[in-house]
Design a binder for this molecule. Structure first.
Ligand code: NAD
Length: 342
């Protein structure tokens, strides 16, 4: 049976959806003329045909919007791709422009959610809460090996002082840390306001920081910001936190450094090869990614599955921006300010 909708109803195919996405989008679209097609699988060239009849396609961080995928979407009449995230490194932007496909993202959604998760990873790692939690449950009340260090008076290196980096720096200043920052476009007002300093180069930041937190987008320039050469600059015993994008860190080099005992801890919410692994329940199967498997063996590595965004507030803001951008296809209202990528 073919279901026909009044022309004002906009059909949106939503890829890679989980129950929390569905609930948030449905809540945000009450009284809006949007017909949702929720799909659990990711968008690739091979799955793009599932968007037939949709004017809008809604995707997340691990959907693959390369040229061939975008071509299939456009051939089927898709006019808009809305990303439910900030980063758009998974979209071939040049191809989208050529194909006259509008791409929007969520420019701001609770930077606090992501920054607070970065700090949660740092505190857990440093004070070894993950190990203490397991020990106590087995009635092992020994403290041996659980020593951390005071964050107070130590230096936090914030690479990328956009929305999330700024909040992270501000929280860490609250612990009495010195904040050393690096950004292509330094924000001196923010630095003055919270009492942070900018380093001239990433190398200076890495040499002088006890904790390093990455907050740049993934671009050709930022890929492998942390690699063998730059790990060599880091203070022995420092902690690295990455809640930004996996490929900011060269995993092979990281594993080597961890094996040598150079780093006190590594907290990752993102992983270079996370696609197809993160967000999924693979607990009954075999993990085929040997590097991830190796990372999971280190007691001083803490991995979460790209969950830094997962707060009520962030989900709500993501859903509201997405719904507003899909509704903008009706031509009655503009796209959300700052959300248009192409
Ligand atoms: P933003 O655009 O506000 O800030 C990014 C900052 O990086 C900017 O100040 C920019 O000048 C700087 N930058 C860009 N290229 C640089 C370079 N080569 N060298 C130095 N600085 C550079 O972005 P944001 O909202 O703070 O988000 C940052 C990143 O966090 C996103 O791109 C995304 O990858 C990631 N993120 C992750 C999650 C998660 O759930 N784990 C959620 C949201 C965002």
């Amino acid at each position: 049976m073919v279901i026909s909708h009044p022309p004002s109803v906009i059909t949106a195919a939503v890829f890679d959806t989980k129950p929390y996405d569905r609930q948030a989008l449905q809540r945000a679209s009450v009284n809006r003329d949007i017909e949702w097609h929720f799909l659990e699988f990711r968008l690739t060239e091979d799955t793009a045909s599932a968007a037939r009849n949709a004017r809008a396609v809604c995707v997340f961080v691990n959907d693959q919007l390369d040229r061939s995928c975008l071509e299939v979407l456009v051939k089927q009449g898709v006019e808009l791709v809305t990303l439910r995230c900030t980063g758009f490194n998974n979209v071939d932007v040049d191809a989208a422009k050529e194909l006259k496909l509008t791409v929007t993202r969520v420019p701001v959604y609770s930077p606090h959610a992501v920054a607070e998760h970065a700090v949660a990873l740092l505190l857990t790692l440093n004070r070894k809460i993950h190990r203490a939690f397991n020990r106590v449950r087995e009635l092992n009340f020994s403290l041996n090996g659980l020593e951390g260090f005071d964050l107070h008076s130590k230096t936090a290196g914030i690479v990328g002082t956009g929305k999330i980096g700024q909040v992270t720096g501000q929280i860490l200043r609250g612990f009495g840390m010195r904040v050393l920052a690096y950004d292509l476009f330094p924000n001196h007002d923010w630095a003055e306001q919270i009492g942070a300093e900018y380093a001239e180069t990433v190398s200076t930041l890495l040499r002088n920081s006890d904790v390093i937190s990455l907050h740049t987008p993934l671009t050709p320039e930022t890929k492998y910001t942390i690699r063998a050469e730059t790990i060599g600059l880091m203070k022995p015993g420092s902690i690295l936190i990455n809640v930004s994008r996996g490929a900011l860190v060269d995993t092979k080099a990281l594993i080597k450094a961890l094996k040598s005992g150079r780093l006190a801890g590594v907290g990752l919410d993102v992983y270079e090869e996370e696609e197809g692994i993160f967000f999924e329940d693979l607990s009954g199967g075999v993990l085929h990614d040997d590097e991830l498997a190796r990372l999971l063996t280190f007691p001083n590595v803490l991995i979460t599955s790209h969950q830094a965004f997962l707060t009520r507030e962030a989900l709500n803001e993501i859903a509201c921006t997405t719904v507003a951008n899909i509704s903008a296809l009706s031509g009655k209202k503009p796209f959300v300010d700052g959300s248009v990528v192409t």
